[in-house]
Write a protein that binds this ligand. Sequence first.
Ligand code: EPU
Length: 307
Amino acid sequence: MVTGQRRVPSVPMLRRALLHVEGEIRWHEPLASHTSLQVGGLADVLVIPADVEDVVRVVRGARMSHIPLMVLGGTNVIIRDKGIRGIVMLLKQLTQIQEEPKQMVYAQAGVRLPRLMQFALSRKLSGMEWAAGIPGTVGGGVVMNAGTRLGEMRDVLQAVDFVTIHGKQKRIDASTLSFLYRKTLLPRGIVIGAWMQLTSAVQETIQSATKHYLQYRKATQPLTLPNAGSVFKNPTGDSAGRLIEAAGLKGLRIGDAEVSTKHANFIVNRGAATAEQVLLLVRKVRDRVARKFGVRLKLEWKVVGEK
Ligand code: EPU
């Protein structure tokens, strides 16, 4: 949550907070369709800011009225079935991307990582190959320090453009940030863009690294079914997928939530799964692995919303 307290805002309060917003405003918006696992309840209101100035308007409006505000990336998050009180913001209109001098690339938070990779490839810039197959956005990628075995966001990130909880824009140098495994320690606020330092390379080299990696992911991960990426972080020196499979849990199902038969560290939505089913399955997997191997798996997903 970016701003606000845990209290239920009324519709008039929300209207007042969003009075000057120019982007799209959708009341009682089902959020399942905005997440890759396709589960979760309604947002009181979903706002799609038209531009950065609009993001500032939303932040200031929410802050002045003490309304909870959350930015939704949508790929590594589970929204509970009772949805989210307050304002949910989707940065999908922040899609500018440009090459700056000296192989620097600037991308706004709503740019999808696959598009950023295409852009880098078209400019013969290497450094983003690690993101092959990650469906998320630049903003989410910065917040999560997204990555794969090939690399992660911290390897290329030079600076982050940011809106503070007071609604002020600032640029944060990446050298002042701490990066953990799948988490960047940022002040409270909203990432609106990222500066990434890439390097010149031969197009075929970039392409073949990406292709090889995508093939590996397609072969080993259930990319054609709704999923939210890896469920658990890998414990040090081991792999969550290996442990879950060794505990005999592939294919375990609660309702339409299923431990993928292709990769045990994925949960897929077989059609009409609810967040409750998904989270029950998570708990069951965690308990069984703990009982069998004494390893307590830590969730990689972020779980939000009302129980
Ligand atoms: N394994 C099993 N059974 C399974 C799945 C995997 O035994 O069902 C074994 C594999 O045989 C392998 C090991 O576990 O020996 C590691 O598996 P894999 O190569 O698939 O990688 P991973 O550690 O499970 C990580 C990232 C993925 C990323 C892949 C490939 C984490 C938690 N996951 O998975 O990231 O795509 O490497 O680079 O770090 C994500 O974070 O959302 C994500 C998909």
